[in-house]
Ligand binder design. Structure first.
Ligand code: GLU
Length: 496
């Protein structure tokens, strides 16, 4: 890593043409961590030059996503900074000026080709099975003065970069090393300024990275093919390019680029499912970086302390949904009951758990108390309403078979539940699980019945299910009276 660079300035430069997804967040996070680790600045720039695909709702989604993730840029459209505007559509005049500068330096030229002509060239090539693609450089040979006259007269035109042919472009990438590209293989004279006066990605990106004094460009490897032509542009302007670091791609388990086919990819989806931002950040930070400490859990702060370009991997990162789930479970268990209850509350309200909108004070207390019971086995926040519903409304009494332990019959089950009923009051009053367990074990022993056989019908009567959060805790939360009532009802049903 270049240590002579004093002022590290990096950026996340999304185009607001879609929801924020894992890949974008990974790019943003790595830039953030790099800036923090170097005492530099992290910048947000909106690359909204594609006017047909840009949408305000995606800008809003970007802000919502980062509010939720709780890591932020130092300069950006919402918080300002000395290098604004940070929105490309507000910088149009600037790009025109710089495109003009390249024309004057004869590093770019006016192109008067219509879309129709370009299409005809494409069709002819297709018919001739030609491997050539891209612009045929038709207008490159027009005398600059003549072209300038035509443009000044208002003839519709674009401005194209004049790629110097017969040369190679060499640049260095921190992860991939030195890369050499034949200019003749670079996108043939790409458009910099469109006929409507809007810049293309290439022009706006290069001009802004320069003007915003970006020191390092860290982004996904899919942008690598653009680098040679960007470097050509930097040189055409007489500017020094920033340093490059292209991050490994994020793949699904099948080795194909991560997409919706593999599962959730937008941060919104993860959020709705009940992922915690800490889990997502922790997992995403390891997508393409290894810290080799035999440690999995890292806070944002710890990541900041450890991040360096040397820890990045070249190989593609594989997105493992199971591992992410594991992280989520870990972070859920780190929450206090109060914190977890607050996080789960919106899901519970949404599921109508409390009848009306907001829980009553008593319902809230129950909700907090139940967190201790479910926390250990929770993977997603959105599992909570279903898991704990039996504490807020009477569960449906399951069919008799559900109550019957292995090798028992209905008569025996009724007997067992009758005993359960006698014990429920005392169990509900035990202060903790250990005492409850000792108590019920002793009772089972005394009566010469298996503990499991005693617990099963009791569990089904109390929770409405064979699989449920811990029984003793549930009894305590419900209290002696409601517990006994539930058992009574179940017994009535079983007796038919
Ligand atoms: N606007 C590009 C994107 O959508 C930015 C690529 C870059 O970082 O240069 O990802």
């Amino acid at each position: 890593m270049n240590t002579h660079i004093q002022d590290v300035r990096v950026r996340y430069a999304p185009s607001p043409t879609g929801l924020q997804h894992v890949g974008g967040i990974r790019t943003a996070l790595f830039n953030y961590l790099f800036a923090r680790s170097k005492g530099g600045k992290f910048i947000l720039r909106l690359e909204d030059t594609d006017r047909t695909r840009t949408d305000d709702s995606y800008v809003q989604n970007l802000y919502d996503t980062f509010d939720w993730l709780k890591f932020k840029w130092d300069e950006g459209p919402d918080c300002g900074g000395a290098f604004g505007s940070y929105v490309q559509s507000e910088r149009s005049e600037l790009y025109k000026k710089y495109a003009q500068e390249l024309i004057e330096k004869e590093k770019a030229y006016y192109c008067f080709c219509s879309a129709q002509r370009i299409d005809e060239v494409r069709q002819q090539r297709e018919a001739a099975h030609s491997s050539e693609s891209g612009y045929d450089r038709f207008c490159r040979s027009i005398e600059p003065q003549e072209a300038a006259k035509k443009a000044a007269a208002g003839e519709l035109c674009t401005i194209r970069l004049k790629i110097p042919l017969g040369e190679n472009t060499v640049f260095y990438d921190h992860l991939l090393g030195e890369i050499e590209w034949k200019n003749d293989d670079v996108n043939p004279d790409p458009v910099l300024l469109k006929s409507d006066g809007f810049p293309t990605y290439h022009l706006a990106n290069v001009v802004d990275d320069h003007l915003m004094e970006i020191s390092h460009i860290m982004r996904a490897q899919e942008w690598l093919p653009s680098v040679p032509l960007h470097v050509i542009m930097y040189r055409a302007f007489g500017w020094t390019p920033p340093e490059f670091c292209h991050l490994p791609m994020v793949m699904g388990q099948d080795g194909k680029k991560l997409s919706k086919r593999h599962g959730a990819t937008s941060i919104d989806e993860f959020r709705k499912q009940g992922y915690l931002p800490e889990a997502l950040i922790n997992y995403v930070a390891l997508l393409g970086a290894s810290y080799e400490e035999g440690k999995d859990i890292y806070t944002l702060e710890e990541l900041t302390q450890r991040f360096s370009l040397e820890k990045l991997n070249k190989a593609p990162a594989v997105f493992d949904y199971k591992k992410l789930e594991w992280y989520n479970g870990q972070y859920i268990r780190m929450k206090t009951d109060e914190e977890l209850a607050s996080l789960c509350l919106p899901y519970a309200i949404n599921a109508g758990l409390f009848g009306s909108e907001e829980p009553t004070a008593q319902q809230r207390d129950v909700f907090v108390a139940i967190m201790a019971l479910v926390k250990e086995r929770l993977t997603f926040l959105n599992e909570v309403p279903e898991k704990v519903a039996y504490l807020f409304r009477e569960p449906e009494i399951p069919a008799a078979e559900e109550f019957i332990p292995k090798k028992c019959d209905l008569t025996k089950t009724i007997e067992l539940l009758q005993i359960g009923k006698e014990l429920a009051g005392s169990l509900a009053q035990t202060p903790d699980d250990e005492q409850a367990e000792n108590f019920i074990k002793a009772e089972a022993q005394k009566r010469e019945i298996k503990l499991g056989d005693l617990m099963m019908p009791l569990r089904v009567a109390i929770t409405g299910s064979r699989v449920s959060p811990p029984l003793f805790g549930s009894l305590r939360i419900l209290g002696a009276e409601r517990s006994t009532d539930r058992i009574e009802n179940a017994l009535k049903n079983l007796r038919g």
